[in-house]
Design a protein around this ligand. Structure first.
Ligand code: UD1
Length: 430
């Protein structure tokens, strides 16, 4: 199993290219199931989660070509991939595939909309809470789907004549369930209104792609999305938006190590709350023509309290990284996690580096310390593992992050991007 070995203490200086967003690429790829034409996606990041979804989509009959060729292009960052699903080969998404990645459950929407039925295993993914699927099922039921759960599978069937437009108000904001309802409603008969929809930029990106495919969607990015169903969707060409979580992660890394880095190809408007929070810690952040410039020279790290919230609030996917930063602040900060109930597994690992963190329910109290010291640590989930890398970059001596397969799920060429900016980071394979 691969490990990442970090010799901490160097500042970061240079340019980091930001990849296409994993959390946009996944639903966009799934949208290819909605049409028999080719959906071409540009700027798809090269990640284990993308590869996993490629396998799942292949099982449903999607033909995948990279840059016009069938083989994968291994060099370069994000790629252009063509997805063509002439016919749905299989409406079952089996446990062996779905259990590895929660987002693969989302195929339920397009399969049901296009074929009138879907049998999808209950999902797996990062162990950051119970993560039920009740909102997906309630939402699809509002479009007329008949849902049964049997042997670990969800069996969903559309009424004769297909799904029908309906109204659904989310009792709790869900990104995934908003994606799924938007996709399913695009091919339903009549109009669907989704209330209390997720407003994440990735939802807007999916809506824009669906609109390019011929869907009639308005309001994406606001709390109310209206979808007028159409009988079929066509192919389209769409560019995946930049990864705001990768952007925020490297911005936090620079805020922690100090230095001067331009995050190339990204857009600060995708993560304003996180950037404002980082500015309050002492980082200088400016949007330039090529991306975002993050600078921290000399001044200490100020403690700032954070509460995670659905977009446009502070993202839960940056909570662990921000906590790493706060371990070196000049005071006490409080970090409250409101989205996932079990997303503090990085706390005990950060403590191994010398961090002082105490937990009380959903709130962590982080008391800044003058220095962290390298140690072996264990990655527990995707975002937690990168928080350990960030802490390792700022720690004295050597940090070894074990179980880095979590990182490969969501960060394209992490060690290469960091090394280019002066960090000493290497992957050790066994
Ligand atoms: C997506 C992101 C993930 C991010 C999360 C919140 C992708 C691939 N993943 O995950 O990185 O951390 O949004 O921004 O885009 N919930 C229910 N019932 C449901 C569905 C969700 O109770 O049927 C709960 C979840 O357990 C969680 C909350 O709602 O507590 C938000 O989850 P959701 O927005 O659905 O997260 P994902 O779409 O899985």
């Amino acid at each position: 199993m691969d490990r990442i070995r970090i010799s901490g203490g160097n500042q970061l200086r240079g340019i980091i290219p930001i990849s296409g967003a994993k959390n946009a690429a996944l639903p966009l790829m799934i949208a290819s199931l909605l049409t028999s034409d080719t959906l071409t996606l540009e700027n798809v990041p090269h990640l284990a989660d993308v590869e996993g979804l490629v396998r799942i989509l292949g099982n449903h009959g999607v033909d995948i070509a990279v840059n016009g060729r069938r083989e994968r292009q291994e060099d370069g960052y994000s790629r252009t991939i063509h997805f063509t699903c002439r016919t749905i080969a299989d409406t079952t998404a089996p446990y062996e595939l779905v259990s590895k990645m929660r987002a693969s459950f989302w195929v339920i929407g397009p399969l049901l909309a296009r074929e009138g039925r879907a049998r999808v295993s209950l999902p797996g993914g990062c162990a950051i809470g119970t993560r039920p699927v009740d909102l997906f099922l309630e939402g699809l039921a509002a479009l007329g789907a008949i849902i049964e759960i049997d042997g670990g599978y969800v069996n969903a069937t559309a009424p004769k004549g297909g799904l029908v437009g309906g109204r659904y108000t989310f009792p709790k904001v869900s990104v995934g369930a908003t994606h799924v309802l938007m996709m399913a409603a695009s091919l339903a008969n009549g109009t669907t209104v989704i209330e209390n929809a997720a407003r994440e930029p990735e939802v807007v990106d999916l809506a824009n792609c669906l609109i390019a495919m011929g869907a009639k969607i308005s309001g994406a990015g606001s709390k109310t999305i209206t979808i007028e169903g159409v009988t079929s969707l066509s192919g389209a060409r769409h560019r995946v938006l930049p990864d705001r979580i990768e952007t925020g992660t490297y911005a936090i890394a620079v805020a922690m190590t100090g230095g001067d880095v331009t995050l190339e190809g990204t857009d600060g408007s995708l993560l304003e709350t996180a950037l404002d929070t980082l500015r309050r810690t002492g980082a200088e952040i400016t949007q330039t023509e090529t991306g975002l410039r993050v600078v921290r020279n000399g001044n200490g790290i100020q403690p700032v309290d954070v509460v995670t919230e659905p977009f446009p609030g502070f993202p839960t996917d940056l909570q662990a990284q921000f906590m790493a930063l706060m371990t070196r602040s000049s005071g006490v900060s409080h970090i409250t996690e409101t989205i996932f109930e079990n997303r503090f597994m990085h706390v005990q690992e950060l403590a191994r580096l010398g961090a002082r963190i105490s937990l009380s329910g959903q709130m962590a109290r982080v008391e800044g310390v003058p220095r962290l010291k390298g140690a072996p640590v264990m990655a527990t989930d995707l975002r937690a593992s990168v928080s350990l890398v960030i802490a390792g970059l700022a720690a004295e001596g050597e940090t070894v992050v074990n179980r880095v397969y979590h990182l490969d799920r969501g960060f394209e060429r992490l060690e290469e991007k960091l090394t280019r900016c002066g960090a000493i980071v290497e992957r050790v394979s066994e």
